[in-house]
Design a protein around this ligand. Structure first.
Ligand SMILES: Cc1ncc(COP(=O)(O)O)c(C=O)c1O
Length: 459
């Protein structure tokens, strides 16, 4: 059969409240034009993130009942630890309440003021956790990464030449670790090839630097390798993931993505003495090392989710559905990051709305317009999120790209929802000249996109 169907069926439904355009206009006003400040019940299709928004399977719901809520030595921890060790291969597994907690613990132990952390591209919380410690987060993607229309099978790769140059320039002693984010979320959900991971590993080994993977979307990355990298077509996603992790010294993980769980994360390493320090810090803020801020039932749900994400029928369907969305809007002229990513489609808002200057936030303007048009919530990934400042003047600078991410939650939306999203984007695209920019009226010091307030400007 040519048609790739959802390889699951519905057992429980969650009604969606339909809203009118005037109602949405009022909700936007109340939320100061920040989609993070909307009430979720007023969103028709929520593509804000694929993080923690997955529909759990019957297997996961039943595993919840096995949750052992013992404070110490919970059976659920050992079940979780065995699954993580089996797939990820690291000796030390430290549960955390989500990915950023793993990041905070890792960087608190490994970084100090003046440290430099290279990454293909830091995710916003990763960057914030590095910078909070007075260290510098440096992105080293390949040049194609910054060209949305250019296709490349592994656009998430790190520029290995730039990594070598950086190490030579600043000295390996200032670099406590090198990170690779798989897939590269901040610029298109683009994969990193095994060849690239191997090259980065070899540079790290030359200078004695540990390599960590930000493994949030490890299964999607492994499936891209299977589809696109010579020599991997006959290997299972689990085998490929095992090879990826075999090249690293540890990882941070948000189980809210490829763990198919609604909460959770973990930190892994092979280094026992490092793990001891990490567990000491874990106890201070997250909890005892056999629960790390999670309930026993959460650990059970993650253990099942990590096995389910490796099902290749599911990954095949997921990629087909996301490609369908991307191709239908791109064929009508909407500029998107090419090729479509593993968990999301990213619209190039700066190209779509060239009349809106970057400092009037074209990504934010487009995201607002999709909500106004059809109640679709998406996420700006651009000048608002990155909040870059000129190093000398402190003035706000445009980010390298202004994108709008339409992230597809796992197992939540069906084909007709995706068709509705396509139709809405095309309606907005047809009247793109009428869309105006925004200005920020209030913002916090860190991670401003979550709580900043906006005001529309005259078009
Ligand atoms: C690549 C990447 N790293 C880290 C995180 C942080 O994970 P969490 O939201 O669980 O803290 C995210 C979340 O979206 C992410 O996409």
């Amino acid at each position: 059969m040519k048609t790739i169907i959802e390889p699951f069926r519905v057992k429980v439904v969650e009604p969606v409240k339909m809203t009118t355009r005037p109602e949405r206009e009022a909700y936007l006003n109340e939320a100061f034009y920040n989609l993070f400040l909307l009430k979720a019940e007023n969103v028709i299709i929520d593509l804000l993130t694929d993080s923690g928004t997955a529909a759990m399977s019957a297997g996961q719901w039943s595993a919840l009942m096995r949750g052992d809520e013992s404070y110490a030595g919970s059976t659920s921890f050992y079940t979780f630890e065995a699954v993580v060790r089996d797939i990820f291969g690291f000796k030390q597994v430290i549960p955390t309440h989500q990915g950023r907690a793993a990041e905070r613990i890792l960087f608190s132990i490994m970084c100090k003021k003046g440290s430099i952390v290279p990454n293909n591209t830091h995710f916003d919380t990763t960057r914030a956790n590095v910078e909070y410690l007075g260290a510098e987060a440096i992105d080293l993607p390949i040049p194609e990464f910054y060209q949305p229309a250019v296709t490349h099978p592994f656009k998430g790769n790190m520029d290995t030449e730039a990594l070598s140059q950086l190490i030579k320039r600043v000295g390996p002693e200032r670099i406590p670790l090198v990170m690779l984010t798989v897939t590269n979320n901040s610029g298109g959900g683009q994969p990193v090839s095994m060849e690239n991971i191997r090259e980065v590993r070899s540079i790290c080994s030359r200078y004695g630097l540990p390599l960590y993977l930000d493994a949030c979307r490890f299964a999607e990355n492994a499936y891209f390798i299977k589809l696109r990298e010579p020599g991997y077509a006959d290997k299972s996603v689990k085998e490929i993931a095992g090879e990826m992790f075999g090249l690293a010294d540890g990882c941070t993980m948000s189980a809210k993505k490829d763990g198919l769980a609604n909460i959770g994360g973990f930190l892994c390493t092979n280094d026992e003495s490092l793990a001891r320090q990490e567990k000491d810090l874990l106890i201070l803020t997250e909890g005892f090392p056999t629960y790390g801020g999670l309930a026993g039932r959460d650990l059970e749900a993650i253990a099942v989710g990590l096995e389910e994400i490796l099902h290749e029928d599911y990954l095949q369907y997921r990629f087909a559905s996301i490609r369908y969305l991307g191709e239908h809007i791109a064929n009508a002229g909407v500029p998107i990051v090419q090729p479509p990513g593993g968990h999301a489609i990213y619209i190039d808002a700066r190209s779509m709305l060239p009349h809106i200057p970057a400092l009037q936030y074209p990504g934010q303007a487009l995201a607002i317009e999709l909500y106004r048009e059809a109640g679709i919530r998406s996420c700006e990934i651009g000048t608002v999120m990155h909040a870059e400042k000129h190093p000398d003047t402190g003035e706000e600078m445009p980010s390298a790209m202004d994108l709008v991410r339409l992230a597809i939650p796992h197992r939540v939306y069906m084909q007709s929802h995706i068709d509705y999203v396509v139709e809405a984007i095309l309606e907005v695209y047809d009247r793109r000249q009428s869309i105006g920019g925004y200005r920020i009226t209030k913002q916090p010091q860190f991670l401003r996109h979550f709580t900043a307030q906006f005001e529309p400007l005259e078009n």
